[in-house]
Ligand binder design. Structure first.
Ligand code: PLP
Length: 404
């Protein structure tokens, strides 16, 4: 009884601070035009950056995958849940991102060089796998964690028992270098988001890799918002910067630009093999439905093909258009070249009020509040998708400007 009273009081407190969160069921598939409470809204909420979540070929592949492989996997990967559909996706992903992992490209031989990948049910689970497993080698371990990292990376660091943890301020290479230089641990892991999910800026990965190599550290990169979007072929942030190193462990999510769900880790074969031995979120969880992996193979074909190129080019046009339309307004967009275009509003109340005003005009742009972002930096997180038209973006800009 006491617990229920406490919970009610705490939720009332959240409400009073404009921090209470509520679910909003949609009545239509993910896309720019979403039905909410029976009315259509122009939405700038999703991470479906390429518009693949409701792409006919991907939808059909998922349906076909179910017909071929059934609804569920039935077990974890190491028991009997690992299907040839998962295996095929892992090979396809390794061929796609492999060139970013050092000398060779794809190599499946145990102990070989090059790149292998491991499929997970979600990005959260993939991130929970990597850092704790790489900290569980028995070597003294130190972790260098970027201050604005995603919750899943923060939780992963918390699970890395026994490791010494240094948090370095956002983008602060100088502090990171000092921490690296003073750290005696032999196993060093730098952990960072590539594209910061609530700010849209990109981590200085070339400089981070230089530091990693100088101090014998590994670079763990979460490219949730870069995979499919960045790089000429959509291979993600490593290709965007032209980086290539065997000392990178890369996570890409597959529920954002890839439009379906799940995630993968790409790394050298030894790291992947170690994850299979040690990563608890991999070992103790039912494998995602093989149909998902089947659909993701089609999604990857779209990302890597001419249609993917065209969608990325259109997305860049939309980003430039929104920024140009907002340039001389009183609204302050954070500097960002990615589809994440945050509008900083400050207080929770203002962020909620502006979001509600937009909603009254038929637009859906979510207000993001603490603890997702630091206190006093509540914002609208405008997320653009290749499925938006130039007119959609114009309508957002005009509506915002009319609220000035
Ligand atoms: C969304 C996100 C994740 C989690 O991925 P899911 O597949 O949604 O679990 C991890 N890291 C970052 C930076 C994200 O934005």
């Amino acid at each position: 009884m006491h617990l229920i009273d406490t919970l009610e009081a705490r939720i009332a407190q959240l409400d009073a601070q404009h921090l209470r969160r509520r679910l909003r069921p949609t009545q239509s598939p993910c896309g720019p035009h979403v039905t909410l409470n029976g009315t259509e809204r122009l939405a700038f909420c999703s991470n479906d950056y390429l518009g693949l979540a409701n792409h006919p070929a991907v939808v059909e592949a998922l349906a076909q995958g179910v017909r071929l492989h059934g609804a569920g996997s039935g077990a974890s990967h190491l028991i009997s849940g690992h299907s040839q559909a998962h295996e095929a996706l892992e090979h396809k992903l390794a061929a796609f991102v492999g060139p970013q992992f050092g000398a060779g490209d794809v190599d499946d031989a145990p102990g070989g060089s090059g790149c292998r990948t491991l499929f997970f049910g979600s990005g959260y689970m993939a991130n929970l796998a990597v850092t704790p497993a790489l900290a569980a080698t028995g070597e003294p371990t130190a972790i260098f964690s970027e201050a604005l990292n995603h919750a899943s990376l923060i939780d992963a660091v918390r699970l890395a028992r026994g490791a010494r943890v240094h948090v370095y301020p956002h983008g602060d290479l100088q502090t990171l270098e000092t921490q690296l230089a003073q750290e005696p641990a032999t196993n060093k892991l730098i952990v960072t988001d590539s594209v910061f999910s609530m700010d849209g800026d990109i981590a200085p990965l070339p400089q981070l890799l230089t530091l990693a190599e100088r101090y014998g550290a590994w670079l763990i990169v979460d490219d949730a918002h870069g995979f499919g979007v960045l790089g000429a072929g959509g291979q993600g942030v490593l290709a965007h910067f032209g980086l290539n190193s065997p000392h990178i462990v890369y996570t890409g999510t597959l529920g954002k630009a890839a439009g379906v769900g799940g995630a993968f880790v790409a790394a050298c074969p030894q790291v992947i093999d170690w994850l299979v031995q040690k990563a608890r979120s991999y070992i103790f969880s039912t494998a995602a439905p093989p149909a998902m992996a089947h659909a993701l193979c089609t999604s990857l074909d779209v990302i890597a093909g001419p249609e993917g190129h065209a969608r990325r080019a259109h997305l860049q046009t939309l980003i430039a258009h929104l920024r140009a339309r907002m340039a001389d307004s009183r609204w302050h967009l954070l500097p960002s070249d990615t589809p994440i275009q945050p509008l900083i509003l400050g207080s929770n109340e203002t962020a909620l009020a502006v979001s509600a005003q937009l909603e009254a005009q038929g637009l859906w742009v979510p207000a993001i509040r603490p603890p997702t972002v630091p206190s006093g930096t509540a914002r609208l997180r405008i997320a653009l998708s290749a499925a938006h038209s130039l007119e959609d973006v114009d309508r957002l800009a005009s509506t915002l400007r009319a609220l000035e």
